[in-house]
Design a protein around this ligand. Structure first.
Ligand code: SF4
Length: 451
């Protein structure tokens, strides 16, 4: 079922029977007001119905207000969303003027330093209570100004308290969301959207569906924001998003979406609209599963429409029937095109890894190097290592956590430099990109067995 809670974010209705809202996020420095306004305008022209900007510190609060003001003066009424991590004071400061604030329960008051510990039930309850008390002023400001909240759970930034109790699992994500539902309920605050994101298609689907079921049992299904994080770029990024977001939309789940691509943000929304529109023409019954193979057949000449349909169907069948193979038929495509798409979809769902898996974030105002070029270099140089996962992330603040299960990673530091990671371990101080790529090559060659 769809959400049964509907409200307005600025001029946009969200939830209930409202159309799915397509949104995106800037990757400019929020301190650079002119560049951010210009990028917002390009994104809106490309179909962004909501625009999110990062607000890492109090320094970005005033520039964000100016960006919003300049957009309003230019006649744009697109709702502005402030993306806040680690700092409740920033959330409180922006909540009085933006239409929506995204907070991350994993770092609102809790920490993630990968520390192992056990907590008694009383200690655990006290930590949740502290978080509830710290959130109270934010609810009051949101209530006074009609501001909505997004409770944005990311698998890659769950706090140590949750991780130590539930592991790095979909259940942990659900428990983190339910804690905030309880906190909001007790504060009688209901203007909220919830997201359950992961770079793993299966995980984001499972967490979202489990949360939806839990909300149904409680009688209030809040609007859901869908997204596959760190999906990458190009065809792979689009296929991952179509498999995860598309499958959930196919099941009637989801009220707003963001397709995250490591590309200029104005590339995200045309594809996101296409995704929503294409999935609306599909029916789950079209998935023909025999044994553990999905047979999907259609006659579609448009490559993007065909790719979205096949990926959404496969994501759905993978979740519902645990398929292990995929056979595509489309008389408008060549045998090679069908084979390539099958391999890309199976890889996106992590059913069969036939090439290197790349995980890269869309970047945001925290990124201080040219991530799009570096992703292209990494993809070109390390394409043929089936089973190997390489992360390329924009910032050291969220990157290491968000690339969760990558074997190796390049993570942006300051002033164009990057750090090399082996899993969660930082191997270098900030170094230039060419040096990092060489080091990656050596590391991969040393551990090449199995890749
Ligand atoms: S990991 Fe990427 S998208 Fe996430 S905060 Fe850092 S730069 Fe921004």
């Amino acid at each position: 079922m769809h959400s049964n809670v509907q409200f307005e974010i600025g001029r946009l209705a969200i939830g209930g029977d409202a159309p799915v809202v397509v949104q995106s996020m800037t990757n400019t420095d929020t301190l650079d007001v002119a560049a951010s306004v210009a990028q917002c305008e390009r994104m809106i022209a490309a179909g962004a119905q909501m625009v999110r900007l990062t607000v890492p510190t109090m320094r970005e609060v005033e520039p964000l207000a100016q960006i919003q003001q300049q957009l309003r003066q230019k006649g744009y009424d697109t709702p502005i969303v402030a993306d806040v991590h680690f700092n409740p004071k920033v959330a409180e400061a922006v909540a009085s003027f933006v239409e929506k604030v995204r907070i991350n329960p994993g770092n609102y008051t809790d920490k993630r330093v990968f520390a192992s510990f056990t907590m008694t039930d009383d200690e655990y309850a006290e930590a949740v209570q502290r978080m509830a008390e710290r959130a109270r002023p934010l609810f009051e400001i949101c209530r006074a100004h009609g501001t909505a909240l997004r409770i944005g759970i990311n698998q890659g930034s769950l706090c140590d308290r949750i991780l130590n109790r539930y592991g790095n699992t979909p259940e942990a994500m659900v428990q983190s969301a339910l804690e905030w539902l309880d906190i909001c309920d007790k504060a009688d605050f209901h203007k909220m959207v919830i997201s359950m994101k992961s770079s793993n298609v299966q995980t984001m689907m499972e967490a979202t569906l489990r949360l939806q079921e839990a909300m149904q049992q409680r009688g209030q299904v809040y609007p859901l924001h869908l997204g596959v994080t760190e999906a990458g770029c190009g065809l792979e990024g689009r296929v991952k998003s179509a498999a995860g977001i598309g499958a959930l939309l196919l099941m009637g789940v989801g009220d707003t979406i963001r397709v995250s691509l490591t590309e200029p943000p104005e590339n995200e929304t045309p594809f996101a609209h296409r995704l929503v529109q294409t999935v609306s023409t599909l029916r789950p019954e079209e998935a023909v599963v025999k044994g553990q193979t999905l047979y999907y057949s259609a006659s579609v000449a448009d490559p993007e429409q065909w790719m979205i349909s096949a990926a959404a169907m496969a994501g759905y069948a993978y979740y519902r029937y645990h398929i292990k193979d995929l056979v595509l038929e489309n008389d408008c495509m060549t045998a090679q095109q069908l084979e390539d798409l099958q391999a890309t979809i199976l890889q996106a769902c992590r059913i069969r890894m036939s090439k290197t898996e790349f995980i890269s974030c869309p970047s945001c105002g925290r990124t201080q190097y040219d991530i799009q070029s570096v992703v292209a270099l990494v993809k070109e140089r390390f394409a043929d290592h089936p089973g190997l996962k390489i992360g390329v992330m924009g910032c050291i603040v969220n990157g290491p956590g968000e690339m969760a299960d990558a074997d190796y990673g390049i993570v942006g530091a300051s002033q164009g430099l990057v750090c090399v990671y082996k899993a969660k371990e930082k191997l270098t101080n900030p170094i230039p990109v060419p040096e990092a790529l060489d080091m990656l090559e050596t590391l991969i060659a040393e551990t090449a067995v199995g890749y």
